[in-house]
Write a protein that binds this ligand. Structure first.
Ligand code: ZN
Length: 98
């Protein structure tokens, strides 16, 4: 398996944030967490965001291969942001009101 540190160098972590409730990594532009719908403060520290990315890659290591194949055509961050946006869209239709 490739070194996870490669992701840290390639992804601009300032464009990402992590949900304090469910720990999902979100695009910084998402107003709500795409997983749980959280609307408050997010974690922006690079260490926390990187930790969240590593959790995603540990549960789905195939993503590293996707990044590698697409890296030349599209930037790694853009690829990841598209992945996050796609998941956000999928969850958008859920009624998250308590
Ligand atoms: Zn969340």
């Amino acid at each position: 398996m490739k070194s996870p540190s490669r992701i840290k160098r390639a992804v601009s972590l300032e464009h990402l944030k992590r949900c304090p409730l469910c720990r999902a990594v979100n695009a910084a532009s998402n107003p709500n967490c795409f997983v749980c719908g959280w609307k408050g403060e997010f974690e922006h520290e690079a260490g926390k965001v990187h930790e969240g990315l590593m959790e995603i890659l540990e549960s789905c290591p195939e993503l590293l291969d996707v990044f590698d194949h697409e890296e030349r055509r599209i930037g790694l961050f853009e690829r990841f942001a598209n992945f996050v946006r796609a998941r956000f869209r999928r969850h958008r239709s859920l009624d998250l009101r308590a």
